[in-house]
Design a protein around this ligand. Sequence first.
Ligand code: HEC
Length: 212
Amino acid sequence: MSKFRNLLIGTTLVTLAASPVMAEKLGLGRAALPEEVAAWNLDVSPDGTGLPEGSGSVLDGEEVFADNCAICHGDFAEGVDNWPKLAGGMDTLNHKDPLKTVGSYWPYLSTAFDYVHRSMPFGSAQTMSADDTYAIVAYILYSNDLVDEDFVLSKDNFLEVEMPNADGFIVDDREEAEKHFWTEPCMENCKPEPVKITMKAAVLDVTPDEED
Ligand code: HEC
């Protein structure tokens, strides 16, 4: 298996070194330390797997958010200029221009925890503690009118929070559901007469002429 992989991708030193066997042979790199793996292994799943111990209140979250996030996302998570809005947009998903926020769109709260803990504040990622992250996520829920101001989010009650759009995503079943639309594509001698190319676009010749 690993021989096969080396054969397939072994065209550069970097990819060669990615294989532990070759790394040893070339004397490059070392195995990652357990704490290095732990530092990267942050993912939190919808079923709560990966949530760290901790908790945080809406009120604490309001403060942490004001200090670290509000400059871009607004005091109430409503967004500043073109920075993303994290709150609002309820019942807009079927509009022509829907506002997709953590509250209106995200199906899992775990994504908010994972995302904030992993990648925000923009430019200073991974500076928020677990407790601060619980508090921030609680505050984002509050900004979306999903919890009261005395709410405290923790590892223990995390899965009890109901996200409004939790049922808004479906598994892509087109392979089955739309199978009857599909036909074998014709690859040769598909049309008897010579094929004519016709112009169909409403506006033709849109390439600007060169200015002189
Ligand atoms: C310097 C500006 C800045 C600061 C400060 C900042 N963010 Fe962000 N945030 C961004 C940008 C830019 C994006 C979009 C990133 C992308 O799409 O790749 C983003 C995206 C997000 C999103 C995802 C929004 C969505 O719907 O896709 C969340 C949630 C978020 N930030 C939370 C936070 C939190 C919580 C903090 C404070 C701990 C924070 N941000 C601080 C700029 C900022």
